[in-house]
Design a protein around this ligand. Sequence first.
Ligand SMILES: [Zn+2]
Length: 149
Amino acid sequence: MKCPFCSSSETRVVNSRPSDENSAIRRRRECDNCSRRFTTYERAQFESLLVSKRSGRREAFNPDKLYNKLSIACNKRPINEKQLRDYVYGFEDLVQTPEISSEEVGRKALEFLKSLDEVAYIRFLSVYSDFESADRFLEEINKELGTSS
Ligand SMILES: [Zn+2]
């Protein structure tokens, strides 16, 4: 944590206690460089990753929605439900930017499924990818399966 007075990154916590009925942690910090003290608050936030749609609309990333799509693709496949949950709830931490396109979400999910199960992967690819035409889709499948000539 940087010192707000001198911008030194050499600061340390001198005191830490809950505040706002435990919804936040209040910490007093002291700067080793200028010796000034300041307060930080740590609280959980619902700030979500933004997903931009092809239409230009943006919405907050919804892990439950992604989970539903993945579980449909994984229906009756030997895939552990927990693997899917770990993936969707950790998804935001895999993305380094505050915003991602819906296509990119799909692409990442595809990569994930590919490592798990080929059938689930193909199902997801067929249903959720925004390919312009069936030809394009088949081309993609052939490419992925390495069967294109
Ligand atoms: Zn300082």
